[in-house]
Design a protein around this ligand. Structure first.
Ligand code: MN
Length: 474
């Protein structure tokens, strides 16, 4: 997996000086205990650091500025132990440029009915403080997440952790760089988009290169490097030589190894973590990149075919949020309209992401009419079964729109001996007919990112952070 720098989240606890030093000390002790126990739970994807009590506008402003400035901080979690007058939150909250989660909880799970008095009520008035604080976030349009429930409960910790992964994606998005080898496929509409707007709204840098720039790097790849990568293939994958001459097979697999090494080198040199190719622009290439793309997908690089930089960037972003588990580029290909078992078969002409595989992938060398090049090597496998989502982004001219469809992927029941590509089969929700109708009427494209790791809620959290119009079909 491509490395992401270590990140943490800061925990700020709202109160006010009116309560007196003794009460504030207790609030602080509770806050420290909560941070410690949440970290010890093992349920959070990233650590939280208790930073300070927020009892004045100056304190809050100073800490929000620090959160913006510190690269290691990916977001802030706030909790109102007591009432915390929200006018003092205005300046700092306005300045905050990172994701914000308001944790609506209370130190004690249960009320001590036989001993409860006004001192207890004044010290534990989250219900009161949450509303004052929530109001100012709503008024400032902070697009913050709100998580409600007892902080020791696993489902609450899971909600916080899911949001953390999204917040990491949000922070990462501003550094995301896509290399495009060739332009968009000629005549295709849905893969187009406004790259300047994408950089303003999502932070994505999208750079064009001629395929010859990649070929030049590929030509610097040594035989030794190719042989080492080929040996790695032998340990990881089955080889299905089929009717090919074994030498022909090896030569064609090694060509993909050469593309893989060249691509990785090119992307590393430029700081790119996502890329596109286009079969209409392959000058100097012997094969369309297939296995090479799949190998880079397995490492965490985002990808989409036919110059589709929007989906390539989204793929990388979702891989970051999913820790590269079961998340990859997908294309709606063919319907199975069998009554009562209607499904979509997803695939691509070569480049299906092996993180989606249910079984050990096998390498196959097979002719490919598209691109008019030599027979490309590719990995073939069946997709894993599970609950997940497909996500597509489109440019409507006035703004971007994101589509999310909840899906269930199913295990393939049939052998497909003549299909030389990997495939994933799924049923859209709420059902085949309504799911597809909603998708098409909202303008959803054929290129998507499919994830069996991320949830609809996580994608909705991200789109809220970047103020992106979102259509959810579930
Ligand atoms: Mn395609």
């Amino acid at each position: 997996m491509l490395k992401i720098k270590q990140k943490e989240f800061w925990f700020i606890v709202g109160s006010q000086s009116l309560y007196g030093e003794e009460a504030l000390k207790e609030v602080e002790n509770h806050a420290m205990e909560m941070a410690e126990k949440l970290n010890q739970s093992g349920n959070l994807a990233y650590p939280i650091q208790f930073k300070s009590l927020a009892t004045s506008a100056d304190e809050i402003t100073a800490i929000m500025k620090e959160i913006n400035y510190q690269d290691k901080v990916a977001g802030v979690i706030t909790w109102m132990h007591t009432f915390s007058p929200a006018k003092m939150w205005i300046t700092g909250t306005k300045l905050l440029q990172k994701p914000l989660l308001h944790l609506v909880t209370q130190y004690n799970q249960e009320v001590p009915w036989s001993t409860i008095d006004m001192d207890f009520m004044n010290l534990n008035q989250s219900a009161h403080g949450d509303r004052e604080y929530g109001f100012i976030n709503a008024r400032l349009k902070k697009n913050n997440k709100t998580v409600v429930g007892y902080w020791k409960n696993e489902d609450i910790q899971q909600e916080i952790s899911d949001w953390m992964n999204v917040a990491i994606g949000f922070c990462y998005s501003s550094q995301l760089k896509v290399a495009r080898f060739g332009d968009n496929m000629r005549h295709v509409a849905v893969t187009e988009g406004d790259k300047v707007e994408a950089q303003i709204q999502f932070g994505w840098t999208v750079d064009y290169y001629g395929i010859g720039d990649l070929v030049a790097v590929m030509n610097g790849v040594t035989e030794d490097e190719i042989n080492r990568t080929y040996q790695e293939y032998q340990t990881l994958y089955d080889f299905e030589i089929g009717n090919n001459d074994p030498n022909y097979f090896e030569e064609h697999v090694k060509e993909q190894a050469k593309i893989e090494i060249g691509l990785r080198r090119f992307l590393e040199n430029g700081g790119y973590t996502a890329f596109t190719t286009n079969f209409e622009d392959l000058h100097g290439m012997k094969q369309l990149p297939g296995l090479a793309v799949q190998r880079l997908n397995a490492e965490g690089y985002g990808f989409a075919g036919e110059g589709d930089w929007k989906t390539a960037a989204l793929d990388r972003l979702m891989k970051v949020m999913a820790n590269n588990e079961q998340t990859g580029f997908m294309e709606d290909y063919t319907y199975d309209l069998t009554t009562g078992a209607e499904r979509i078969i997803g695939s691509h002409m070569l480049e299906v992401d092996p993180t989606l595989a249910a079984n050990k992938p096998k390498i196959v060398v097979h002719p490919l009419g598209i691109g008019n090049k030599e027979d490309p090597a590719r990995l073939i496998f069946d997709g894993a079964a599970g609950e997940g989502i497909v996500v597509s982004m489109l440019d409507l001219g006035t703004h971007y729109r994101l589509l999310v469809n909840a899906i269930s992927t199913v295990t393939s029941e049939n052998e497909t001996p003549h299909l030389p590509v990997a495939k994933v089969i799924w049923e859209p929700k709420p059902n085949f007919k309504d799911g597809i109708k909603s998708w098409i009427q909202a303008g959803g494209g054929h290129h998507t990112v499919l994830s069996l790791s991320l949830s609809v809620n996580q994608i909705a959290d991200w789109s809220k952070m970047v103020e992106l119009e979102t259509v959810i079909i579930q």
